[in-house]
Design a protein around this ligand. Structure first.
Ligand code: DGL
Length: 272
């Protein structure tokens, strides 16, 4: 048993989808969530910069005494897949492995689509992990405007559907039967994505798959919070205004996020 909090990190607000999924499965666990809003979005940035930013934030969470690190951001997971586990003593859960495993067991025709930010798709992290299985064919598309829509609170407009039709057309034509939503923000667009892809395509969302991995690892390592544990959720952002974070969090997630503490993480660069 271990009552220390789980540290969850994202480039911004989108990783709250993972925090929500974790707290649904593990309501007694405490969570410290950091959104690196000062330097978000990560998606269009060079992968080396994303890696450096991510390590700074994760170092901070470890200093706060978390018992597990969860990299909720797909772009950050893609940037540091290989080294985060070597750097920290606490277990590290990221979002790509769990989604890949579920996609592999879901597909019937061996044709899997992956969508994500330009950074995630350009890194080939999903493609490389899936293509370990020679029977699979992977089709990947960057969908950069999806994050912009979600952050503007637009998830059901005709424009979203038109952009979704455009981004997803190659995947439909490729005949994928399984589509990985490889970005924190895409669960908010599941309606539009599922409408465009059709009812026969299974959507795999990294937030719920990651929460199951967190559950599995806490149980497997005897790290669950005690039966009397009081759950505390703490939200931190690196940006200059907590209001922006709270407003967007309310729009996306409802009222759970109230107080957001502003923190300075590492050597903050101004967003490009
Ligand atoms: N959190 C990012 C991801 O999952 C999306 C937002 C961003 O570009 O920072 O890839």
């Amino acid at each position: 048993m271990n009552d220390a909090p789980i540290g969850i990190f994202d480039s911004g607000v989108g990783g709250l989808t993972v925090a929500r999924a974790v707290s649904q499965l593990l309501p007694r666990e405490s969570i410290v969530y950091i959104g690196d809003t000062a330097r978000s979005p990560y998606g269009p940035k060079p992968i080396a910069d994303v890696r450096r930013y991510s390590l700074e934030v994760l170092d901070d969470l470890v200093e706060q005494g978390v018992k597990m690190l969860v990299i909720a951001c797909n772009t950050a997971s893609a940037a540091m897949l290989r080294d985060a586990r070597e750097r920290y003593d606490v277990p590290v859960v990221e979002v790509i492995g769990p989604a890949v495993r579920t996609a592999m067991s879901t597909t019937r025709n061996g044709r899997i689509g992956v969508i994500g930010t330009s950074g995630t798709i350009g890194s080939r992290a999903y493609q490389d992990m899936l293509e370990v299985n020679e029977n699979l064919t992977v089709f990947a598309e960057a969908c950069p405007r999806f994050v912009e829509f979600v952050e503007a609170g637009i998830t059901d407009s005709p424009e979203v559907l038109a952009v979704a039709e455009e981004y997803l057309a190659p995947l439909r034509h490729a005949g994928v039967d399984t589509l990985v939503l490889g970005c924190t923000h895409y669960p908010f667009l599941e309606g539009a994505i599922s409408y465009v892809m059709g009812p026969d395509v299974s959507l795999v969302s990294s937030d719920s798959e990651t929460a199951k991995d967190v559950y599995r690892q806490l149980v497997g390592r005897d790290l669950l919070a005690g039966l009397d544990a009081q759950s505390h959720h703490t939200y931190e952002a690196t940006g200059s205004s907590a209001d922006d974070f709270v407003q967007l969090a309310h729009r996306l997630m409802g009222r759970e996020v109230r107080d957001v503490r502003l923190v300075q993480t590492g050597a903050i660069d101004l967003p490009r």
